[in-house]
Design a protein around this ligand. Structure first.
Ligand SMILES: [Zn+2]
Length: 397
C-alpha cells in the first residue's frame, strides 16, 4: 500500500498541485510563470512537495535558455474514484492524478431502491475496476454525485424528491468507511459542471451554467472558476422554479414546476399520453411493444420525423429556455452547457432553448453567449467527481 498521506501545507503548494493536475508534468520554470513566488521560494515549495511524495521528478525540461530545469509531476500512483449516481443508472470510474479516466463502468440502477442497495452495487463495480488492475492498491480519495440536493460539505442528501429513503443518509461517512479513503459528496449537476470545466467544453471558462436535463432538471452554477453552491447547497435547483401558475402537480408538492413539464420523467409521461390518445402512430407502436416509453423513444421517433415527438421536444425546450433566459439576465454567464440523458434529443432541443434565450434576454447578455451541448457525455459526472475530491485533497490541510 502506498497511498496519499500528506496534504499541501499552504496555498502555494495547493496551487502547484492543481497546476500539475490540470496541465500535466511541467518544468519548475513554467510553473513559476503561474504562481506569485520568487524563484527561490518556488524552489523551496517544490522541494517540500517532493519530500512529501505528492510530487516526483520527471526528467529534464526543454531548455528555455540558460540552465535546464527539471520537470516535476504528481506522483503517478495517485488514484481517484469518481461515482456518479443518476436516477436510473450509475457510472463508476478510476482516474490517474491528472484526472484522466483509466477505467469506467456504467450499469442500470434504480436510485429509489435506497442507499444500501445502491451502494452494494457501487461497491461491486468498484471491486471489478480494482480487479482489472487500474487501482490495485486502492484509492487516495473518492468523489460521489447523487441526483438531489446535498448539504455541503457534510455530504448528506436533504429531502431529495426523486430519492425516497436517502434523506439524511450519511453518504460521506458510510462510503468513506467502506472505501478507506476521504470522500466528498455533491449533487450530480455540480459534478457535471466540474467535469465539463476540467476536460470538456467549458475548459477555461470562468462563469458559466451547466444545465443537466436527466430524469429531472438542475443547473450547475460556476462563478469565477468555482462551483457556487449557495448557503445550504441548493443553488441551481431550477427544476422547481414555477413556470405555470396553478399548473401541473410536481412530486415536490408544489404546482407548475419546470420539472412537471419537462425532463426525462415528464417527457416519457407526455409521450405515453400522446400515444394513448392516438396522436402518434410511431409512439403507439413503441408503447405497445415495450409497455412504457422513455425519453430515448421520443428521440428515436423524432429522428424518424414523428411530428408529435418533435412538438414535445420543442415545447419542453421552450420551457427550459424560458427559465434559462431569466437566469442569463440575472447572472450574465459566458457559456451555457446543456447535458444529461436527454441530450439524445439533440439539436431540436438545443434550437428551441436557444430561440427562447436569445429572444428573451437583453443583447448585452446574449450577444456573445454560446449555448452548446456538453462534450463529455457520461464521463462528465465521474470526471467532475474526481475533480471534487482532488480539489479537497489539494487544499491546505
Ligand atoms: Zn417541483
Amino acid at each position: 500500500m502506498r497511498r496519499m498521506t500528506a496534504r499541501p501545507a499552504n496555498a502555494h503548494q495547493a496551487r502547484l498541485l492543481r497546476l500539475l493536475r490540470d496541465g500535466g508534468p511541467n518544468s519548475r520554470a513554467e510553473l513559476g510563470d503561474h504562481v506569485d513566488l520568487s524563484r527561490s521560494k518556488l524552489a523551496v515549495e517544490i522541494d517540500r512537495l517532493l519530500e512529501t511524495g505528492l510530487v516526483v521528478a520527471d526528467g529534464l525540461a526543454a531548455s528555455r535558455g540558460g540552465r535546464r530545469s527539471h520537470n516535476v509531476r504528481l506522483t503517478p500512483e495517485l488514484r481517484f474514484l469518481g461515482v456518479d449516481i443518476g436516477a436510473t443508472s450509475v457510472d463508476v470510474a478510476v482516474t490517474n492524478p491528472e484526472l484522466e479516466i483509466l477505467g469506467h463502468l456504467n450499469q442500470p440502477m434504480d436510485v429509489r431502491e435506497g442507499p444500501v442497495a445502491v451502494f452494494d452495487q457501487v461497491l461491486a463495480m468498484v471491486g471489478k475496476l480494482r480487479d482489472s488492475g487500474v487501482a490495485a492498491e486502492g484509492f487516495d480519495g473518492a468523489g460521489i454525485g447523487v441526483p438531489g440536493p446535498v448539504r455541503f460539505p457534510e455530504g448528506v442528501p436533504v429531502a431529495p424528491p426523486i430519492m425516497p429513503g436517502w434523506d439524511g443518509f450519511p453518504v460521506r461517512e458510510a462510503l468513506g468507511q467502506e472505501l478507506g479513503c476521504p470522500v466528498m459528496v455533491d449533487n450530480d449537476v455540480n459534478l457535471m459542471a466540474m467535469g465539463e470545466m476540467q476536460a470538456g467544453v467549458a475548459r477555461s471558462v470562468r462563469d458559466f451554467f451547466c444545465v443537466k436535463i436527466g430524469t429531472g432538471i438542475g443547473c450547475g452554477v460556476v462563478a469565477g472558476g468555482e462551483v457556487h453552491r449557495g448557503t445550504t447547497g441548493s443553488a441551481g435547483d431550477i427544476g422547481h422554479i414555477q413556470v405555470e401558475l396553478e399548473g401541473r402537480q410536481c412530486p415536490c408538492g408544489n404546482r407548475g414546476c419546470l420539472e412537471a413539464y419537462f425532463g426525462g420523467a415528464a417527457l416519457a409521461r407526455d409521450a405515453e399520453a400522446a400515444a394513448r390518445d392516438g396522436l402518434s402512430a410511431e409512439l403507439a407502436t413503441r408503447l405497445e411493444a415495450a409497455g412504457r416509453l422513455t425519453a430515448e423513444d421520443v428521440a428515436t421517433a423524432a429522428a424518424a420525423g414523428d411530428g408529435t415527438s418533435l412538438d414535445l421536444i420543442r415545447d419542453g425546450g421552450a420551457r427550459v429556455g424560458q427559465v434559462i433566459a431569466g437566469l442569463v439576465s440575472f447572472f450574465n454567464p459566458g457559456l451555457v452547457v446543456i447535458g444529461g440523458g436527454v441530450t439524445g434529443l439533440g439539436h431540436t432541443l438545443l434550437a428551441s432553448i436557444r430561440t427562447q434565450v436569445y429572444s428573451r434576454s437583453l443583447p448585452l447578455a446574449t450577444g456573445n453567449l454560446p449555448i452548446v451541448l456538453g462534450e463529455l457525455g457520461p464521463a462528465a459526472g465521474v470526471t467532475g467527481a474526481a475533480r471534487l475530491i482532488s480539489d479537497h485533497l489539494f487544499s491546505p490541510a
